[in-house]
Design a protein around this ligand. Structure first.
Ligand code: PLP
Length: 318
């Protein structure tokens, strides 16, 4: 039998994906199951986004899109970065990706050489380590102690950085713990990173709207403008707008990194679905009252997310 690549042995199917497959099987068999495996919002994509996709398709926007994203969506992302995050990016400092996941993968693929290290505060979303390995790199884990609210300590990050470190990957708010560093805590991490100019910094802000009790989300490029030239900020439509299936993510960062990321994407998937991009532009530019927020009440009509919140309530789980 012809052989597989060595890299296949470096990654396994993530446990969360395995559990999701199992949960879907059980549901298909009619089992009433609470699924807490993947971050699936419990409400539908905004109607105006769905209508925008429909309209775009009927208007013939069904051809190959630009590999970095359609102008309407990139402009909407530019406005979003400015309004929500206080970040100003030129259009050539923004790219649209197939989900936030591809933005992360593109960035790693474009930068990681064999043996390079990604510093990853843990607990973390499993994808950062798996993707680093897929790019022939090595994950280096930094424990986020419980007595620090499961947040990374700047001194621990400092100690983890070596000459081989290529990335520091921050996830704010964190999946799975929900921990979220304040602007001051990010500033302390930034002070450490200033000392390590050979390291790229990624801020995965996919859950930026899921904050509680008036907490103000911050992102490292915002609190440390001096790191802007080596920081990529990733987010997407998946969680904010319950658009996980549309596969729309995006990144803002320095032009040279964004260009390299688009180059990687160009070889793998080329651009992103035109109708999905039209939908995401409408979601970003449209009314924001439907944005997924931590304090958002689940509508009675919630259907496609699987109704896990309702199931949780019915099972009276903690
Ligand atoms: C922390 C984090 N970042 C990024 C993603 C990827 O989001 P997307 O579905 O847009 O690829 C996820 C998905 O669960 C996630 O948990």
């Amino acid at each position: 039998m012809p052989a597989f690549a060595d890299r296949l042995g470096r990654v396994q199917v993530a446990a969360s994906v395995q559990m999701t497959i199992r949960a879907r099987e059980l549901r298909a068999q009619g089992v009433d199951i609470v699924q807490l495996t993947i971050g699936e919002p419990n409400f539908d994509s905004p109607r105006h986004a769905i209508e925008a996709a429909h309209k775009a398709a009927l208007a013939g926007q069904t051809k190959y899109p630009p590999q970095d994203g359609i102008p309407a969506l990139k402009q909407a992302i530019q406005r979003k970065f400015k309004h929500d995050n206080g970040l100003e990016y030129a259009l050539d400092e923004i790219c649209v990706t197939n989900g936030g996941k591809q933005a992360i993968f593109n960035a790693l693929l474009a930068t990681v050489n064999p043996g390079d290290e990604s510093v990853i505060p843990v607990p973390s979303w499993s994808a950062y380590a798996l993707m680093t390995k897929l790019c022939d790199g090595e994950p280096v884990f930094v424990t986020c102690p419980q007595n620090n609210g499961f947040k990374p300590r700047a001194e621990d990050i400092d100690a983890a950085v070596t000459p081989k470190t290529k990335w520091l990957i921050l996830n704010n708010p964190n999946n799975p713990t929900g921990a979220c560093c304040s602007a001051a805590e990010l500033r302390a991490i930034a002070d450490v990173m200033v000392k390590h100019p050979h390291v790229w910094i990624m801020s995965d802000d996919m859950y930026e709207h899921l904050v509680f009790d008036g907490f103000k989300h911050a992102t490292i490029a915002q609190v440390a403008p001096e790191l802007r030239d080596r920081t990529v900020t990733v987010s997407g439509a998946s969680k904010a707008y319950a658009m996980t299936g549309w596969r729309i993510g995006y990144a803002g960062g320095p032009k040279n990194l964004i260009r390299a990321m688009v180059n990687m994407q160009g070889q793998a998937t080329a651009g992103v679905s035109t109708v999905g991009q039209a939908a995401a532009a409408a979601a970003l530019d449209g009314p924001q009252d439907g944005v997924c927020r931590a304090d958002r009440r689940v509508p009675q009509t919630a259907r496609h997310g699987g109704g896990d919140v309702e199931r949780l309530q019915r099972h009276q789980l903690p």
